[in-house]
Design a protein around this ligand. Structure first.
Ligand code: C5P
Length: 228
C-alpha cells in the first residue's frame, strides 16, 4: 500500500488578516506550508505529496517545498488550486501518482499536525474502513440554532467530536465522493458520508487544530514551542 498526501493551501485566509495567503504566514520559525510539508514527508509510508497553492503563489510555494523534498527524498509537486476547497482537493488528486491507493487530505492551516497523526490515520484505512477522520472530544456544549438564532437542538456532548485533518481515504472512494457530491462541503469525509458509506473517527491531536485567527497563531505557537 502506498500513501499519497494532498495538502490544500490555496485559501486566502482572510480571517488571519495577514498580507499574504495563510499558508505563507510564518509561525514558530517557518511558514505554515513548510511545517505541513515537513510533517507529511516525515510520516512513515508516505511516498508522494502534492501541494495545492494559490495561483498567485505557485513559485513561492515551489521555493518553500523544494528543500523539504530534497532533504526527505519524497517528491513534492506544487499545483494550482480552485475556487472552493473541494476544487483544490480534486486538483491535487489529479496529480497524485497512480500507485497511491491511500490518500490523506490535509489542510495547510493545520500545519502542526504531527507525523504520527498522518501514520495513525493512514494505518486505519482498510477495505472495510475506507474513510478515516481524526477527531477530539468537544469541551463546549454545542447548540444547533435556526436562522433567527433560536436553539433547535442540543446534541449529547459525549457523542460529538471536533474533526481535523489529515483525513484518510481509499483513493477510489474519495474520487467517487468528489465526483458525486462536488465541492459543497467543508471536509472530505462529509462527501463520503453522502455516498452512504461509514466514516470512522480515530484519535486526533491537539496540535492539529486549525489556524484561522491571530489568537490561534498565539495558542498553537505556544503549544508547539513548549513541546519537548
Ligand atoms: O477556508 P478553510 O479554513 O476551511 O480552508 C481549509 C483549507 O483549505 C486551508 O488550508 C485552505 O488553504 C484550503 N483551501 C484551498 N482552496 C480553496 C479554499 C481553501 O486549498 N479554494
Amino acid at each position: 500500500m502506498s500513501v499519497g498526501v494532498v495538502i490544500v493551501a490555496a485559501g486566502s485566509g482572510t480571517r488571519l488578516g495577514a498580507a499574504q495567503p495563510k499558508a505563507f504566514v510564518p509561525v514558530a520559525g517557518a511558514p505554515l506550508l513548510t511545517h505541513a510539508v515537513r510533517a507529511a514527508t516525515a510520516a512513515a509510508g508516505v511516498s508522494a505529496v502534492v501541494v495545492v497553492a494559490p495561483t498567485t503563489h505557485l513559485d513561492d510555494a515551489a521555493a518553500l517545498v523544494e528543500p523539504v523534498s530534497r532533504s526527505s527524498g519524497i517528491p513534492v509537486q506544487v499545483v494550482p488550486g480552485g475556487a472552493e476547497r473541494g476544487d483544490s482537493v480534486l486538483a491535487g488528486l489529479r496529480w497524485l501518482p497512480q500507485e497511491c491507493d491511500i490518500v490523506l487530505v490535509h489542510d495547510a492551516a493545520r500545519a502542526f499536525a504531527p507525523p504520527e497523526l498522518f501514520e495513525r490515520v493512514a494505518a486505519a484505512v482498510t477495505e472495510q474502513t475506507p474513510a478515516i477522520v481524526p477527531g477530539l472530544p468537544v469541551v463546549d456544549t454545542i447548540k444547533v440554532v435556526d436562522d433567527d438564532g433560536f436553539v433547535r437542538d442540543t446534541p449529547d456532548r459525549a457523542s460529538l467530536r471536533a474533526v481535523q485533518t489529515p483525513q484518510g481515504f481509499r483513493r477510489d472512494v474519495l474520487l467517487a465522493a468528489h465526483a458525486t457530491h462536488g465541492s459543497s462541503a467543508t471536509d472530505d469525509a462529509t462527501l463520503v458520508e453522502r455516498l452512504g458509506l461509514r466514516v470512522l473517527v480515530v484519535d486526533g491531536h491537539p496540535a492539529a487544530d486549525k489556524i484561522t485567527t491571530p489568537a490561534d497563531v498565539v495558542r498553537l505557537e505556544r503549544l508547539v514551542l513548549s513541546e519537548p
